[in-house]
Design a protein. Structure first.
Length: 268
């Protein structure tokens, strides 16, 4: 597992009031291309610096092109500054070409929130992460997901059987996620966490790359230290597209982030 922190690989350097430089790591890639949640996290980090509020509360990103690793730029455009929340537009560019376009709402996340109702949430089924099966960075067909050599992503044994014994047809993957060096999760790294697991469609049928077209993330609270619990679930595959949802709980069982996304898919 890498000793490079997520804070380091997603760091942005401010060169103007609303312009930032970022160096996209080749180690945080899937099939040689940077992970979508990783790209959104870089935009979110810049937005927290440029905006009047520190934390991303909600973000909706459209992925126009998949950039090569290496130097890139992030531009932040303020749209509204309120007392409790503000809105900005963020763009990630490679060689002057827009690759990711995002709208973000920023505010201040609570350390301990009060839950009024949670009846609409799935059961996190908290287990011991030590009993999970680590996701490898390489596959038998030669496909490389270098990012899984950096993070510690572990599937529950039942979910892991989708890869070792064949899909179960549930369209659901459950497991745990830890950052390199057990770095604590924060609002920026949660933007990565909601897009960190393999496609839940792998539990339905094998497919090629499943590129994200749009990703919407909600951040709910600052997580307790330690790995986070992940539930990644597919809902409908039709017309070469799939929608998926992801839920992230901290080790205490508190929901700290969730997301939905639309992705392209070609079933084998």
């Amino acid at each position: 597992m890498s000793t490079t922190t997520f804070a380091a690989v997603s760091a942005v350097k401010q060169r103007a009031e609303r312009a930032f430089d970022v160096d996209l790591s080749p180690s945080w890639t899937i099939g040689g291309r940077p992970n979508g949640g990783y790209l959104l996290a870089a935009i979110g980090r810049a937005a927290g610096v440029a905006g009047p509020h520190p934390d991303v509360l909600a973000a909706s990103a459209h992925y126009l092109r998949s950039p090569e690793p290496g130097p890139a730029e992030v531009e932040i455009e303020p749209l509204r500054a309120g007392r409790g929340a503000s809105q900005v537009r963020g763009r990630l560019l490679k060689d002057g070409v827009v690759c990711v376009e995002a709208l973000l709402t920023l505010g201040t996340l609570p350390d301990e929130g009060s839950v009024r109702w949670d009846g609409g949430l799935p059961d996190p089924r908290l287990t011991d992460p030590a009993g999970g099966v680590r996701i490898p960075s390489g596959a038998s067909d030669g496909f490389t997901a270098a990012i899984f050599g950096e993070i510690d992503a572990r599937l529950d044994p039942d979910s892991a059987r989708a890869f070792t014994q064949g899909p179960r047809g549930l369209g659901e993957l459950r497991g745990w996620l830890a950052l390199p060096g057990d770095e604590p999760f924060d609002p920026v790294s949660l933007l990565f966490a909601v897009d960190s697991f393999p496609p839940a469609t792998f539990d339905i049928a094998p497919s090629g790359w499943v590129p994200t077209l749009e990703l919407t993330a909600y951040l709910r609270a600052r997580p307790a230290p330690g790995p986070v619990r992940v539930l990644h679930r597919a809902h409908l595959i039709a017309d070469d597209r799939v929608d998926e949802s992801c839920f992230i709980w901290d080790r205490t069982g508190r929901l700290v982030a969730q997301s939905t996304q639309l992705a392209g898919i070609r079933m084998r």
